[in-house]
Design a protein around this ligand. Structure first.
Ligand code: SIN
Ligand code: MN
Length: 280
């Protein structure tokens, strides 16, 4: 049986994304939110930068999914089987990150393609996929993701470092905005958005009273193993877990927050051209 409907599969190829509404239950998301908001290590590991207007872009990232609840989401059949269908290959975990867009102060994300950064990591093909899982309900007010529908058809656009933000060449983004419809990806907690690495996306600052946290799990195709080492892993077998493991691990206090965060400030990215951007 295939993991995706024909409509979802076609939307991914034509639009560059699709929503899997209610992919995770309220109970599963509540356990994830509770774990993350009480996770001191996640807070400590978070990288912080200014979005250029004084608001704070904050995220924590890890390369290997681990055995805690974050890993149970990233390794669940529900997600990985769908990704493998999209990639038409075995998928491995490239990294996951929690986007900590806090109430009032959460910063904006500049327009970019994920492959705009990941290209630097020795990946020959844009055969990757990101799955954004809404931990909080995402609205226009709290800075939901925005995408230019169909923009992945452009292929990779140059990415430029300007100030603290690395983003897609703005001249091209402005023209792309005239061609592709801008979609605000409003999401209810538990919804997932599967999107293509060349899809242009951005998000506004969060001036509202509500946080907008999101877990983004990123996968690479086994056949797209990088030709050089980078700060994200080469092919590493992903052990899928049964979907009920999310609840099982989430209810186990000593197990649920188990993951090794990457130290975003001290890894080897200083030599790369987009060195300030934690998203690469
Ligand atoms: C966002 O959460 O608004 C964007 C994050 C990303 O592109 O990694
Ligand atoms: Mn991104």
């Amino acid at each position: 049986m295939s993991a995706l409907s024909e409509t979802q599969f076609n939307a991914y190829n034509e639009d560059g994304y699709f929503f899997a509404r209610g992919l995770f239950s309220p109970e599963e998301i509540q356990l994830l939110r509770e774990t993350a908001t009480n996770d001191h290590a996640m807070d400590q590991a978070a990288s912080l930068r200014d979005d250029g207007t004084g608001a704070r872009v904050r995220l924590s990232l890890w390369n290997h999914p681990g055995d805690g609840i974050y890993g149970m989401f990233a390794r669940s059949h529900r997600v990985v089987d769908a990704v493998e269908q999209l990639l038409d290959d075995e998928a491995y975990h490239y990294h996951s990150k929690m986007i900590l867009k806090d109430a009032k102060v959460g910063g904006a994300w500049a327009w970019h393609q994920d492959y705009g950064y990941w290209y630097q990591n020795g990946l020959l093909f844009p055969k990757l996929c990101s799955v954004m899982i809404a931990v909080d309900t995402a609205t226009e007010q709290n800075g939901c993701l925005q995408v230019l529908k169909g923009s992945h058809h452009m292929g990779r656009v140059n990415h430029i470092l300007s100030g603290d933000q690395a983003g897609a060449d703005l001249e091209r983004v402005e023209h792309a905005k005239e061609v592709f419809p801008l979609v605000h990806c409003t999401m209810t907690a538990g919804d997932a958005l599967f999107f293509h690495p060349n899809l242009l996306h951005a998000s506004a600052a969060n001036r509202s009273d509500d946080p907008r946290w999101a877990l983004i799990c990123c996968y690479n195709a086994r056949g797209n193993n990088p030709y050089k080492k980078s700060h994200h892993p080469c092919y590493t077998k992903l052990d899928k877990v049964d979907d009920e493991m999310i609840i099982q691990v989430g209810q186990n206090d000593s197990q649920r927050a188990r993951v090794d965060f990457a130290n975003l400030d001290s890894d080897d990215r200083s030599a790369t051209s987009l060195s300030n951007d934690p998203n690469q």
